[in-house]
Design a protein around this ligand. Structure first.
Ligand SMILES: Cc1cc2nc3c(=O)[nH]c(=O)nc-3n(C[C@H](O)[C@H](O)[C@H](O)COP(=O)(O)OP(=O)(O)OC[C@H]3O[C@@H](n4cnc5c(N)ncnc54)[C@H](O)[C@@H]3O)c2cc1C
Length: 390
């Protein structure tokens, strides 16, 4: 089998890359470990930056997003018994976020690729990358061989692409956090129209949503928390304790339809390329979800990779491919800082560290009272425009 670009992984990065390449007349084959059903049902991110929404609409995979996505013009920071709105419409006019589940993005992309005759293979095992430092790389899987010009490693943090790069080439930067997020999806109308980021002495909580009928919540928990320790009643009681902290706010409860514990990690591997292998999305970098950046970074990477590959196929010049990692990493590191900063600002750390605690409250007071500080948060949250970072 032969194609132009072999893509490992059918998450948002791999699927969008395949779709954008198709729009430029470049062939690809996507190889995915899990089943289509699994990929389409995996509950993960749900906050789309302005640039991500624009990209999906421009690429003609945004029809359902436009119909069903929930545009939001602000978020609330809740602490010390009061809520403070960060108003995007005032601070960053014309830029906003759209709440639309990652699994819906994945469904739309799979539907589009298959409708266009795209080659997306699910439940493919034993994927291995070969000759990535030659001009003729290839991928083997399940007894078959796929020859290609380039390989895109879009297989997430635990995939096989990054480990295929020889030892000593990559520099890895990592930060672990002393907590995890317990996330639930519940069949209940959101209790507020916008996301609420709540900092309390009991720990952080996030009120979010996926649709007018489905809410998403997160609780800060210890890093290796066992989900079995959290029956539904305990989850609702803790969410109420952390969110019902301002007068008049009542948390609506309902049936919990999905729950899990997600570790919090910051990670970057540089460079995001080696020979004919290019990494994109979580395969190259991870952020804690507090800044809602993971999915959005994956989209930004594959936009750049598409442009660089189209330039190579159109002109024979490898200039943009050579600069791919450098171009991505500026945005990646901005998002790393923002995600780390939001995490540090809103979570409860070691209670013995009274000094750090006071600093945290001081910064929260600043960001909720100074327009300059609030604008910094808002412009990072909705996403810096493409072209401003690369
Ligand atoms: C459990 C979890 C919860 C998250 N929650 C949030 C959230 O609430 N908010 C937020 O902003 N971000 C969240 N994120 C981050 C966000 O979902 C990711 O940043 C985003 O999925 C990145 O997309 P990707 O395509 O790069 O990687 P992925 O979505 O991870 O896709 C990689 C794909 O590669 C496949 N794959 C892996 N190994 C192989 C292999 N050997 N061969 C073939 N295929 C392979 C995987 O099955 C997967 O389909 C979460 C991530 C995780 C893991």
């Amino acid at each position: 089998m032969r194609t132009q670009v072999g893509i490992i992984g059918a998450g948002p990065a791999g699927l969008l890359l395949s779709h954008l390449l198709h729009l430029r007349g470049i062939e690809s084959v996507v190889l995915e470990l899990r089943s289509r059903d699994h990929a389409e049902k995996r509950v993960r991110a749900g906050v789309l930056e302005q640039g991500t929404t624009d990209t999906l609409i421009e690429a003609a995979v945004g029809a359902r997003l436009l119909r069903e996505g929930l545009p939001h013009q602000g978020i609330e920071l809740r602490y010390g018994g009061a809520g403070h709105r960060i108003a995007f419409e005032k601070l960053v006019p014309g830029r906003a976020i759209t709440v639309y589940g990652q699994q819906e993005v994945v469904k739309d992309l799979i539907t589009a690729r298959l409708a266009d005759g795209g080659d997306v293979r699910f439940e493919v095992d034993d994927v291995a990358l070969h000759a990535i430092d030659s001009g003729e790389p290839y991928v083997t899987f399940g007894g078959e061989r796929l020859d290609c010009d380039f390989i895109a490693g879009c297989d997430g943090f635990h995939g096989v692409s990054r480990p295929a790069i020889p030892e000593g080439v990559l520099t890895e930067y990592e930060r672990e956090y002393p907590f995890a997020w317990l996330g639930i999806l519940a069949r209940v109308k959101p209790s507020a129209e916008e996301l609420i980021y709540a900092r309390t002495e009991r720990g952080f909580a996030l009120h979010s949503m996926r649709s007018p009928e489905i809410s998403r919540f997160y609780l800060q928990v210890p890093p290796d928390e066992d989900i079995a320790e959290w029956p539904d009643d305990r989850i609702w009681a803790e969410l109420k304790a952390r969110l019902e902290t301002v007068p008049g706010f009542v948390l609506a409860t309902g049936e919990i339809i999905d729950k899990g514990v997600t570790p919090m990690r910051s990670f970057v591997a540089e460079p995001m390329q080696y020979g004919r292998l290019f990494l994109a999305g979580d395969a190259a970098h991870i952020v804690p979800p507090t800044g809602a950046k993971g999915l959005n970074l994956a989209v930004a990477d594959v936009r750049l990779l598409t442009k660089a590959l189209a330039h190579w196929y159109g002109t024979g010049s490898g200039d943009l491919l050579d600069g791919y990692s450098r171009a991505c990493l500026k945005r990646v590191w901005r998002a790393q800082h923002f995600s780390w900063w939001m995490t540090t600002l809103l979570h409860t750390f070691d209670s013995e560290d009274a000094y750090a605690h006071r600093l945290q409250l001081s910064y929260l007071d600043y960001v909720t009272s100074s327009e300059a500080a609030a604008t910094t948060l808002a412009e990072n949250y909705v996403g810096l425009p493409y072209g401003s970072m690369e």
